[in-house]
Design a binder for this molecule. Structure first.
Ligand SMILES: C[S@@+](CC[C@H](N)C(=O)[O-])C[C@H]1O[C@@H](n2cnc3c(N)ncnc32)[C@H](O)[C@@H]1O
Length: 223
């Protein structure tokens, strides 16, 4: 697309413009059409195998960079595009970072992002922590939308982003509850209204003032 703006006089085959326009008209997010997305100052490849990284998640990354103890073994649960794991590994080279996801298709893209950006991250397919031998710290932007609310989302999200990246079940907090119950210190992104139901040490708001990231030092859970 940038090429088209820079070469305004050039003749262009209709197909070059038609195909992306048709996809956009069908509600496909621009990031999937471009195949890329910016996150924490770096470019990540994205497609319909992974959630498009959101700006709110940069708050989680900022907190993790500042708080995870030196040398810790960190697991990014539900790594998707790998945006959290890759960024953390680059910004904090002292950490040993593992990204896990239940979606093997998502992990294939996460590995491409790792290789393109030269990050030191391992990726493993796992249902939450099932395949993880040791974790000192968890970071996660888990699926947190209650299942019934998915139908109310805008078409770009509802019809194009992976369903298991959006909702873990009827409550929305199913994955969050399991991660907090692990007793491992964690920094988690949470959905609207969820922080108040959780027993955590600290809650950090996003730029709109909505409680968005929770910090738990250990054995906590639901209020
Ligand atoms: C909200 S997306 C987050 C993706 C990425 N970390 C980000 O912040 O953009 C949640 C991710 O969790 C994964 N996921 C869902 N259920 C899971 C489970 N039980 N175990 C591991 N990963 C899971 C999904 O495949 C998806 O990639």
């Amino acid at each position: 697309m940038a090429w088209l703006f820079a070469h305004g006089d050039a003749e262009v085959d209709d197909g070059v413009i038609d195909a992306p326009l048709r996809r956009r008209r069908a509600g496909e997010p621009l990031q999937y059409i471009r195949g890329r997305c910016d996150f924490y100052g770096r470019e990540f490849l994205v497609d319909d195998r992974v959630l498009i990284p959101r700006p709110e998640t940069e708050i989680l990354v900022e907190q993790a960079i500042a708080r995870v103890p030196h040398g810790a073994r960190v697991v990014d649960v539900g790594t998707g595009s790998g945006c959290i794991a890759v960024t953390l590994a680059i910004e904090r080279p002292d950490l040993r970072v593992l990204g896990v996801d239940i979606s093997v298709a998502a992990l294939a893209l996460a590995k491409r992002n790792r290789d393109r950006l030269g990050a030191r991250v391992a990726f493993v397919a796992s249902d939450l922590l099932a395949a993880v031998k040791h974790a000192d710290f968890i970071v996660s932007n888990p699926p947190y939308i209650p299942a019934a609310d998915v139908e109310t989302l805008q078409t770009e999200v509802r019809d194009h982003e992976p369903r298991n990246a959006l909702t873990p079940g009827p409550l929305g907090t199913e994955v969050i509850d399991r991660l907090l119950a692990s007793g491992i210190p964690c920094i988690l992104e949470v959905g609207y209204g969820q922080a108040a139901q959780l027993q955590v040490d600290e809650v950090i708001p996003d730029l709109a003032g909505i409680p968005r990231v929770v910090v738990s030092s250990a054995r906590h859970g639901r209020k």
